[in-house]
Ligand binder design. Structure first.
Ligand code: 2AL
Length: 250
């Protein structure tokens, strides 16, 4: 099967890291294609960034639909454009916050999220609420790191994230820690072995969930809320998103 992982920011070092970590957990027969859209923000750390990342994500879904992709992962912890992407795709589309929170809820009764900037904590709480994960989520903790600090060799990012995870473990009394940024995917197992607590990374959790759904033959429902978008013209910068027909099989 083919899983397309869309890193909605345009920082390719992060995209490559995400692809590498995904391939490490993927089953032997799974092809992982990791991409960044051709348009979008360099990093996503606000509602504004999220909104402007969505056209690029939908463009990647459109090309994926033309190249036999079985499932998609949106690899940004705000899960930007998740439902719009589901409307445009036949196969499953999984967001990494959604995947990580659900995985954490299956291995314990409580988790804390450790994310990048304080200003993104509201986004994580909003997602927890929307996914019915509010009762599992004890705290959303920020490290006050910019997303792109995670891409700087020799930065203090690992030490700062590890310290925040340790605080979460000791103060929040949780069963697991959810990493709140796709750029933290490579740190997951290192933090886990350092602290001795389950650490859930959304990128790898989403890949395994996507594989399961594809193997079960489950696709995105096209009968109601997530039906393909109606054909209509879009103007200006969005002209290329115009649809003249609903895809077959809807
Ligand atoms: C993210 C993420 O996962 N990728 C990105 O650019 N921004 N979210 C976050 N809270 O740091």
């Amino acid at each position: 099967m083919k899983i397309k992982i869309i890193n909605p920011n345009t920082t390719w070092s992060m995209t490559e890291k995400i692809g590498d970590c995904a391939r490490r957990v993927a089953a032997a027969g799974t092809e992982i294609v990791a991409v960044s859209p051709s348009m979008g923000p360099a990093s996503i750390e606000s509602h504004y960034d999220e909104a402007l990342s969505v056209p690029g994500i939908l463009d990647e879904i459109r090309t994926g639909e033309a190249s036999s992709v079985d499932a998609y992962v949106i690899a940004c912890f705000g899960d930007p454009g998740l439902y719009a992407a589901r409307e445009a795709a036949r196969g499953p589309v999984i967001g990494i916050a959604e995947a990580a929170m659900h995985a954490a809820s299956l291995i314990g009764n409580s988790f804390s999220v450790v994310t990048t900037l304080e200003r993104t904590c509201g986004i994580a709480w909003h997602l927890a609420e929307m996914y019915g994960m509010r009762r599992f989520c004890r705290k959303v903790r920020a490290c006050e790191l910019n997303v792109l600090d995670l891409e700087q060799p020799g930065s203090d990012a690992y030490r700062i994230i590890l310290a925040e995870c340790r605080q979460a473990m000791q103060q929040d009394k949780v069963d697991s820690i959810v990493l709140g940024c796709a750029g933290m995917t490579d740190l997951c197992k290192k933090i886990e072995s350092e602290l001795g607590i389950a650490v859930v990374d959304g990128v790898t959790a989403a890949v395994k969930l996507a594989e399961s759904l594809v193997q079960l033959g489950l696709k995105t429902g096209k009968r109601r809320d997530l039906a393909f978008p109606l054909p209509k013209p879009y103007t200006g910068l969005l002209e290329d998103f115009s649809r003249d027909r609903v895809p077959a099989g809807s």
